[in-house]
Design a protein around this ligand. Sequence first.
Ligand SMILES: [Zn+2]
Length: 259
Amino acid sequence: MNETFLLIVIFVFGTMIGSFLNVVIYRLPRGKSVVFPSSHCTSCGYKIKWYENIPVFSYIFLKGRCKNCKTPISMRYPLIEVLTGFSAVAVYLKSGFSIESVFYFIFLCLIISIIFIDIDFRIIPDELNLIGFLTGLTFSLFREDFSILDAVIGSVVGAGFLYVVAYLYLKLRGIEGLGLGDVKMLAFVGTYLGWFGSLFTIFFGSVLGVLLGVGISLLKKKKYEGQLEIPFGPFLGVASVVYLFFGEKIKDFYFGGMM
Ligand SMILES: [Zn+2]
């Protein structure tokens, strides 16, 4: 098959999964089933027909509005579909058609869902962290570079380290800076990335968070107090994805070929 055509097929497949992630992101934190009922307008309840639910295209075709009540549909829906499409392509370019690719894609889908739910609700659903943890452990059974012990150690180191940071932050500042959801998220991420990847995710996520915090303070012309009014999960998520794709290079750079 023509390589370009193959990439397009993989991209389209990704956007379809992205369409499902939109449902997860909307319904899971609201305590609704992600399976039933079928897609409907959140404003008027209009049942969306299958041909009005084609990723990205339907949004353009319907000009970003519900067909029935004309309520604007958030730009975020097609964006998440496109993002998931690119994730599928990126995973394919990294690992081709392989068992690794299946698990890497599951990892990215979970991270995308976590990022947007945390932005909306400041929570990370236990269900997503648990699925991540279990699939990470399962994945370790198929990996040559990684044993189930590496997965467990990654999980314990990541969650343990973040838990200590959260505890100290609470003790020192008297306010809750990190949620237990972030700690559980590291328990999931660690099963995929190992102990070094866990620590990288925490450090790099913190750097990104502080940079954005400083950026926002500069824009608002306020002194940066080291206090983020933004959730931490999205930064951890972005950092973990950076490590997923560039972990080997980061490790080589850090250890200078010692390992
Ligand atoms: Zn409607």
